[in-house]
Design a protein around this ligand. Structure first.
Ligand code: MN
Length: 321
């Protein structure tokens, strides 16, 4: 399919780069810092017309000093805006936000949307603040004014994974492979999303729209079971509706890093074709693999067009020639 739009496509600056060495991370580092070389060539080769770029993970959310996070957010967003301005018909931007300071995060998002033309925000799950062993989730009361600003601006927030803190990852001991994007990313991000849902955030701000990658970080598979158990168990959450209702009214899912029919059809049945959008997760995943799967998976062509392109143009107000 030509003309696809991709939404979980990463970039980085030296300050947000992984410190890990080795040829895999060296190659990722090169690709993350490239805007018009291999990135555009791959987009051309695999029918991707437009990509919205967001910082790598954890980037801003791993900065301990709130003032430094505010400064780095502003500099990286300005840098992304400069890159986009050179190729505005191919690239768009998600704001990185200094969630350590909810007031500053709201202000930066408003600036990015109103002055830089960004399409929303990409936030890497929980934020650390002041000390390394801290994980702050955005259902806490201090974030209510931040969410009010997101709702007022009417832009989606892409909730992207990051790794669980070492102090909270004791259950992974001896199984380093699980403490990775292969398993932990999804668990951590699903936890944050379910905290937002259960807190009643979407009762307070019913128009808020959150985007989850990886076909919903496993929540679609568990949705019926969560609803079923919440109706029966004595433990309750403050939110008014069932988890599945919020997933169908306040969430959108992307295909990032999930190029397989089993998970795709589960997500499709769970939230419907109007709430799923194509994405790659470049450079950690290959555009060739994403397109090879999506372009040929059995699907009515009208749904392929919605998921591949028009759901995104509508949600993000993307105008393509
Ligand atoms: Mn990603």
């Amino acid at each position: 399919m030509d003309g696809k739009i991709a939404l979980e496509e990463h970039w980085a600056v030296d300050e947000t780069m992984h410190r890990a060495g080795g040829s895999f991370w060296d190659e990722m580092g090169k690709r993350l810092r490239d805007f018009r070389g291999k990135r555009l060539a791959e987009m051309d080769a695999h029918g991707i017309a437009f990509a919205i770029l967001g910082l790598n993970s954890p980037a801003l959310q791993g900065v301990l000093d709130p003032a430094k996070a505010v400064d780095l957010a502003r500099r990286t967003n300005d840098r992304l805006a400069e890159e986009i301005a050179r190729t505005p018909r191919r690239l768009g931007g998600f704001a990185g936000l200094p969630m350590q300071d909810p007031t500053a995060a709201a202000r930066e998002l408003a600036r990015c949307v109103r002055e830089l033309g960004f399409k929303g925000a990409m936030v890497n799950c929980f934020t650390q603040r002041h000390v390394a062993d801290s994980a702050i989730y955005y259902d806490l009361p201090e974030f209510q004014p931040f969410w009010a600003t997101v709702a007022e601006l009417g832009v989606p927030l892409y909730l992207h994974p990051r790794q669980t803190l070492p102090s909270r990852a004791l259950a992974y001991e001896g199984h380093r492979w699980l403490y990775s994007p292969a398993w932990d990313f999804g668990s951590e991000t699903a936890l944050q999303a379910l905290r937002l849902i259960g807190s009643g955030l979407f009762d307070s701000f019913p128009t808020l729209q959150i985007v989850l990658g990886h076909l919903g970080e496993r929540i679609p598979f568990d949705m019926w079971r969560i609803d079923n158990l919440m109706a029966k168990l004595p433990v309750k959450y403050p939110a008014k509706k069932r988890v599945s209702e919020y997933m169908r009214e306040n969430f959108h899912l992307t295909t990032s890093g999930q190029f397989h029919d089993t998970a795709f059809h589960c997500a499709l049945a769970a939230v419907g074709a109007s709430r799923i959008m194509f994405s790659v997760d470049y450079p950690y995943e290959e555009m060739s693999a994403a397109a090879a799967w999506f372009d040929h998976t059995p699907l009515p062509e009208a749904e392929r067009m919605r998921i591949g392109r028009t759901n995104a143009t509508a949600l993000f107000g993307i105008e393509l020639a």
